[in-house]
Design a protein around this ligand. Structure first.
Ligand code: HEM
Length: 802
C-alpha cells in the first residue's frame, strides 16, 4: 500500500527517489555515473561509499545475542583510525554532511549511500529502512585487514553476526566495484606500478556485476587481493575469504541473477545491522501521491492564507503524460465543506518531472487561497487522467492532514549573517497556549577529520506581537548561528505534548535576508476565537486592499514591521469602493534596473546562467539584491531568481501577459511564470559593480603567501584535496580548517597541507591572476599548475615551512 503521509521517513524518501530532474535532491552528485572519480583519478566515489558502509558497520559486536554498535555513523569519529586508511571515508562523509538533518541522520545516509552506489553501478535494489540512531563517539577498532588469517576473518564476521557464508557473500559483493590503491596498500599495489594508483578488484571497476566471482572461478582474475604481490605479502584477503569453504559459496554466486539477489540480501543485512534498542522502519517506498513542501501562510490583509507546495505523483507504472491535471479537495477547519468565499477545490496543472533509479514522478504546483475564517484541516487528491478517468487518493482513508493553528510566516522571517528572526501566526483560539520555536542547526566541528557538523537544537519561547484578524503574530530571534545558519530547520509549535500543533522542518535557506512588514493588516477586527472571525464580507478578499471604513492604528511588534515602531493609516471609503494601498502590477523599474519584459527560458539551459536562488519569500527587491553587480536578473515561477551578465541567445521575448505569476513573497508583484522570466536589466548608465576581480590578501584566518608552481608529477600540498565546481576562496579555507596551508588551483581545485613540498617554487603573482574561481567570478583561483597559496595567520612575507 501507499505509505501514509506524513511519515518520519519523508526526507529520506525524497533523497532516495528524487534522483534527478525537477526538485532532484542531487544525492547522487558524486556517485553517478558509477565511474565518477570526483575525488581524484582511480578513486570511484561509488566504491568509496560502499566501503564506508562496511567500515561503519564492521566494528559491531554481537555476543550472546546482544548487539552493540553496527551501522551507526560512528565512522565520523573514526577517520584517523588505522582501520580507515585512505581519503575515501572523509570524502564520503563530507559529501553526505550537507544532507544531514534531524530527519536524515548520518547512519541512515550511509545506508542510503549503499542503495545509491550499488544502483548507480547497475546492481540490484538494496531495500533501505529508516530509523538508525547515530552514535555519539567512535567504536573499537575491528575492520578486517588484508593481512589477517582466514580464521581471524571468520571470527571477525562472527563477531559482526555474519555467518562464514555471509562473510564470503558480503566480501564478493563489496569487491564488485572499486579497487586497491597504492597510496594506502603499497604491499598489495606497489607505488608507481599503475597509471592512476589503483588496481581494480575485477575487470569492470565501475560496474556492479558478478565478474569478481566469475573471473576468480575461471582463474583469470586480476583482483589484487587474490593474485600478484599480495600473495607473498600474505595480504591476498579475497583468496582467503572466497576459498574459506573450498569455493562452495563463491561458486553459487557465479550466475548474474544469483549474484544480484544474494548481494541485495547480504547488503541489506549489512545496513540493517544496528545496535540493540534501535528499531528500523519498514523499507522506504515511494509514495504514489505525496504532498511536498506544503506551506500555509497568511496573505497580506489576513483574510486569506495561501497554501503553497507541490503534489508529487508517481508515474512509474503509467507514463508521465497520463495525468493531465490534479484537483485538491479541501476540508474546512471543522472537517466540513464550507470554504467561505474561496472554493473548496483547486486544480493544478503539470509542472515538471523527476527521475529515480527505478521510478518517475511528475509535479503539480499548489498555490491556493484558503479563507482564514473557514480554514483547512485536510485535503484529498483527484488525479484527472488523460484517458478521461479520475483516480482518487485519500492518504489511505485518512485524508492528507493540514493544520492552520500555527503557521510560519516566511516573508516576515529572515536570516542574515547568522542572525535568524522567526515570525509565526497563531490562531487566536490558541493564544493561551505557549508558542515556541524549535531550531535544529549545524555547527562545523572545525576539524578536517570530523567532516560531519554537530547538529544542535534549541527551543525559544516566542514573543506575542500584533493581532491580525483571527491570528496573532509571534516572533523569536536567534543570533550567532554561524556559517551554516542557512542549513537550519525551523519548527514553530503552538501548545505542548498532545495538544501541540507544529509547522515543522522549515528550511532557513528559504528565508530572505530582510524581514518584510506584513502588508495591509486588517483593521480593528482582532477576533478572539476562530469561530467568531467574521467572514470576509466587510473586508475584500483580494490581496492588497482594505475596503472597510475605519481608522487603522497598528502598534507594530519588533520584527514584523522592521521599518517603523508605530504605523497608523486612515483609510476611508464607501462601502463599495476599495482604497488600494498597493495593487498587483508589473514594476517598470527598480533601483538601477528597468523591466525588459517577459522572456522565455532558453531552449538550452538557463536564459540567465550566472547565479540562481529560490525561496518562498521571493520578491523583485530580494532578487535584485541577490543579483547585485550583474547586468541582468529575473524572477521566474513565483519563487526563483536568476542573474547573469548576458542573456542566452536562445531565449525569446514573450508577451508581458505571460508573466502572470505573483511573487511568493509579495502579492503585489509579478515574478514571471513557469518557463517565463520577469526580466530586468541595468539602465544605460551601468551601476558600478559592487565587487571587482582582485587578489584577496586575507581569507578568514589565512593570509595570501603568493603564487607557487606545482611539484612536477606530484602535489605541493598533500593533506587533503577538494575539487569543487562552485569553488571559492572561502570554501577552500573552510575545507582546509585545521591545516597550516591551503591553495586553489585551476579554478576548481582546493588543496590543504601542513607543509609545502620543497620542490614547489614561487612564480610571478600574475601567473595566478588568469583564472577566476568556479564559484566566484570576483576571485582568482590559481591557474593550470599554479597554486594561489594561503597560510594560517602569518604575515605575507614569511617564507613557507617546507
Ligand atoms: C575480509 C573482509 C575484507 C577485507 C580484508 C577487505 C579489504 C579491502 C582492501 C584492502 C581494499 C582496498 C582499499 C583501498 O585501497 O582503497 C578494499 C576495497 C574495497 N572494499 Fe573491502 N574488504 C573486505 C570486505 C569488504 C566488504 C564486506 C565490503 C562491502 C560489502 C567491502 C567493500 C569494499 C569496496 C567497495 C572496496 C573498493 C574501495 C575503493 O575502490 O575505494 N569490502 N577492501
Amino acid at each position: 500500500a501507499d505509505p501514509t503521509w506524513p511519515s518520519p521517513n519523508d526526507e529520506l524518501e525524497e533523497i532516495m527517489y528524487q534522483v534527478s530532474g525537477f526538485r532532484g535532491r542531487g544525492f547522487g552528485g558524486t556517485v553517478i555515473p558509477c565511474s565518477n572519480e570526483a575525488s581524484g583519478p582511480g578513486r570511484q566515489n561509488a566504491a568509496e561509499w560502499l566501503r564506508a558502509a562496511f567500515h561503519d558497520m564492521a566494528t559491531t559486536t554481537f555476543l550472546s545475542n546482544v548487539r552493540a554498535g553496527g551501522l551507526d555513523g560512528s565512522l565520523q569519529y573514526e577517520l584517523l583510525s588505522s582501520d580507515n586508511l585512505g581519503p575515501g571515508f572523509n570524502t564520503t562523509l563530507k559529501f553526505m554532511a550537507d544532507y544531514y538533518t534531524s530527519r536524515s541522520g548520518v547512519a541512515d545516509l550511509i545506508a542510503l549511500g549503499v542503495y545509491y552506489a550499488v544502483r548507480s553501478c547497475g546492481g540490484p535494489v538494496v531495500p533501505v529502512a529508516g530509523g538508525r540512531v547515530d552514535a555519539l563517539g567512535g567504536g573499537p577498532i575491528g575492520v578486517p585487514l588484508p593481512q589477517n588469517s582466514a580464521f581471524t576473518f571468520s571470527q571477525q564476521f562472527t563477531r559482526m553476526g555474519f555467518s562464514t557464508t555471509e562473510m564470503i557473500q558480503a566480501t564478493a559483493c563489496g569487491h564488485s566495484i572499486g579497487g586497491v590503491h597504492d597510496a594506502e596498500f603499497p604491499e598489495i599495489v606497489p607505488v608507481g606500478t599503475t597509471e592512476n594508483g589503483e588496481v581494480p578488484l575485477d575487470s569492470t571497476v565501475a560496474v556492479f556485476d558478478n565478474k569478481v566471482v566469475t573471473e576468480y572461478i575461471a582463474g583469470n582474475t586480476t583482483n589484487p587481493l587474490v593474485v600478484g604481490p599480495s600473495i607473498k605479502a600474505t595480504r591476498n584477503a579475497d583468496f582467503k575469504v572466497f576459498n574459506y569453504d573450498s569455493n562452495v559459496t563463491i561458486a553459487a554466486m557465479a550466475g548474474a541473477s544469483e549474484f544480484n539477489s544474494i548481494c541485495a540480501t547480504v547488503l541489506q543485512k549489512l545496513i540493517d545491522t544496528v545496535p540493540d534498542g534501535v528499531v528500523l522502519s519498514d523499507p522506504i517506498q515511494p509514495y504514489a501521491v505525496k504532498p511536498v513542501n506544503m506551506q500555509l501562510a497568511l496573505n497580506p490583509g489576513a483574510t486569506t492564507m495561501q497554501l503553497t507546495g507541490y503534489i508529487r505523483v508517481r508515474t512509474t507504472d503509467m507514463g508521465g503524460d497520463s495525468v493531465s491535471s490534479l484537483a485538491l479537495n479541501f476540508k474546512d477547519r471543522s472537517g466540513g465543506t464550507n470554504c467561505g468565499s474561496a472554493s473548496c477545490q483547486y486544480t493544478a496543472t503539470l509542472l515538471g518531472a523527476t527521475e529515480g533509479f527505478d521510478d518517475s514522478f511528475v509535479w503539480f504546483p499548489i498555490n491556493a487561497a484558503i479563507s482564514t475564517s473557514t480554514g483547512i484541516s485536510s485535503f484529498t487528491v483527484d488525479l484527472n487522467m488523460a484517458s478521461g478517468t479520475t483516480q482518487s487518493f485519500d492518504n489511505n482513508g485518512n485524508s492528507y492532514p493540514m493544520q492552520d493553528a500555527v503557521l510560519i510566516q516566511k516573508p516576515q522571517s529572515c536570516l542574515l549573517s547568522g542572525t535568524l528572526t522567526v515570525t509565526a501566526a497563531v490562531r487566536n483560539d490558541r493564544k493561551s497556549l505557549p508558542v515556541n520555536v524549535f531550531l535544529s542547526y549545524k555547527t562545523p566541528t572545525g576539524n578536517a577529520n570530523r567532516p560531519i557538523p554537530t547538529l544542535k537544537n534549541s527551543t525559544v519561547a516566542m514573543t506575542e506581537g500584533t493581532c491580525v484578524g483571527g491570528y496573532t503574530f509571534y516572533t523569536a530571534n536567534y543570533t550567532g548561528l554561524g556559517d551554516l545558519a542557512y542549513a537550519s530547520k525551523i519548527d514553530v509549535i503552538s501548545g505542548s505534548d498532545s495538544s501541540a500543533f507544529t509547522d515543522d522542518f522549515n528550511a532557513a535557506s528559504e528565508l530572505a535576508a530582510t524581514c518584510q512588514p506584513f502588508q495591509n493588516p486588517p483593521s480593528s477586527l482582532c477576533s478572539t476565537g476562530q469561530a467568531s472571525t467574521p467572514p470576509g464580507s466587510s473586508t475584500s478578499s483580494s490581496v492588497g486592499t482594505v475596503s472597510s471604513t475605519v481608522s487603522v492604528s497598528i502598534t507594530s511588534s519588533t520584527s514584523i514591521e522592521s521599518s517603523s515602531t508605530t504605523s497608523s493609516a486612515t483609510v476611508s471609503s464607501t462601502s463599495s469602493s476599495a482604497a488600494p494601498t498597493e495593487t498587483l502590477h508589473h514594476r517598470d523599474d527598480l533601483g538601477e534596473y528597468v523591466l525588459v519584459g517577459c522572456q522565455k527560458e532558453s531552449t538550452a539551459g538557463r536564459a540567465l546562467s550566472g547565479a540562481s536562488f529560490a525561496y518562498d519569500s521571493m520578491t523583485l527587491e530580494s532578487c535584485m539584491s541577490n543579483c547585485t553587480g550583474y547586468t541582468y536578473w529575473g524572477t521566474e515561477y513565483g519563487r526563483e531568481c536568476y542573474c547573469a551578465d548576458s542573456l542566452d541567445p536562445t531565449s525569446e521575448d514573450a508577451p508581458l501577459t505571460d508573466c502572470n505569476m505573483v511573487c511568493s513573497g509579495d502579492a503585489t508583484e509579478y515574478c514571471g511564470d513557469s518557463n517565463r522570466l520577469e526580466l530586468y536589466s541595468t539602465t544605460a548608465s551601468q551601476p558600478p559593480p559592487t565587487a571587482t576581480l582582485a587578489p584577496k590578501p586575507t581569507v578568514s584566518a589565512y593570509v595570501q603567501v603568493g603564487c607557487y608552481i606545482e611539484v612536477p608529477g606530484g602535489r605541493a600540498l598533500t593533506g587533503a584535496a577538494y575539487p569543487n565546481d562552485a569553488l571559492t576562496l572561502e570554501i577552500c579555507a573552510s575545507n582546509c580548517t585545521g591545516f597550516t596551508y591551503w591553495a586553489v588551483e585551476y579554478g576548481r581545485e582546493c588543496y590543504c597541507g601542513n607543509t609545502l613540498d620543497p620542490l614547489s617554487t614561487p612564480a610571478p603573482d600574475t601567473d595566478c591572476q588568469t583564472m577566476v574561481c568556479a564559484g566566484n567570478r570576483f576571485e582568482y583561483c590559481g591557474a593550470g599548475n599554479r597554486l594561489n597559496l594561503y597560510q594560517l595567520g602569518t604575515a605575507p612575507s614569511a617564507s613557507p615551512t617546507r
